[in-house]
Design a protein around this ligand. Structure first.
Ligand SMILES: C[S@@+](CC[C@H](N)C(=O)[O-])C[C@H]1O[C@@H](n2cnc3c(N)ncnc32)[C@H](O)[C@@H]1O
Length: 247
């Protein structure tokens, strides 16, 4: 796809607003990022050399990982034509931006391999259980031996009795939902983006709604079945959690 010219100041504004919005959904994201960094450096004994962020959106997390590990090759993969364009326009050129669909068996070839860390943040709820099973198997193959997969999403705590599990949205989530709607509707006024919004609507029209949720035990079992040596909880905040699985 031919890159389109976007005003850098506007792109920076969209990416900053996206970052604030994601923090509204998951206030503990900064803590999660620190925990991911500590975990991958501990298991590797050094900073990661190759990092892949699946469903990376406009790349705010990928950019922070690249800032944390300046010598690492960081790649973002996503399917959304709008978010990919915002990522390409806003990210430094050394961060790879790959267009691929996690529901397609072709994405692993597009992503390449030998990664020390593969992250999937707030993305698996867009996928079906069958696609998540394939995703974990492909992520395992994309990792170098000893490499780490981290998946963060809505994952209720199966270690607690059902009545004690946090299932309700946090206090900031209604505001984040509103910010999400405003973020997307704001782009409809940008002539350079309108065509990409139409392509996005076509792409997502026939997909299931982004609402899949399973508890962390389910994700850990799927990761073990996909061949990961170890899998368990890396982080939790209310109903959000992160699975870490080690190849
Ligand atoms: C809620 S956003 C999270 C984005 C990013 N991980 C973050 O934390 O800022 C979910 C992301 O998943 C991506 N996504 C959804 N379905 C996908 C698919 N089938 N293949 C690739 N990416 C997908 C969306 O395009 C979007 O960027």
């Amino acid at each position: 796809m031919t890159p389109i010219a976007l005003d850098p100041a506007r792109v920076a504004g969209w990416r900053a607003a996206w970052d604030a919005m994601m923090l509204g959904f998951v206030p503990g994201l900064p803590a999660l990022e620190r925990v991911i960094a500590t975990a991958v450096e501990a298991v590797r004994g050094a900073p990661p050399a190759r990092v892949l962020d699946l469903g990376g959106g406009p790349g705010v997390f990928a950019e922070r990982m690249a800032g944390r590990w300046p010598d690492a090759a960081v790649t973002l993969l996503d399917v959304d034509p709008v978010l990919l364009e915002v990522a390409r326009a806003g990210l430094p050129p050394e961060i790879g931006v790959v267009r691929a669909d996690l529901t397609s068996p072709a994405w692993p070839a597009a992503a390449g391999g030998g990664y020390d860390l593969v992250t999937v943040v707030m993305t698996v709820h867009y996928l079906t259980p069958a696609v998540i099973r394939s995703l974990y198997a492909a992520a395992r193959d994309a990792l170098a031996p000893g490499g780490l997969l981290v998946v963060a999403d809505l994952m209720p705590d199966d270690g607690l009795p059902e009545v004690m599990r946090v299932l309700d949205p946090g206090p900031g989530e209604a505001a984040a939902e509103l910010a999400w709607a405003q973020w997307w509707s704001g782009l409809t006024a940008v002539p350079e983006i309108v065509g990409l919004l139409a392509a996005r609507a076509d792409l997502f029209r026939d997909r299931p709604p982004a609402g899949f949720t399973a508890d962390l035990g389910w994700h850990a079992a799927v990761a073990r079945a996909a061949g990961f040596r170890e899998a368990g909880a890396l982080w939790r905040e209310g109903r959000h959690a992160a699975l870490a699985a080690r190849r």
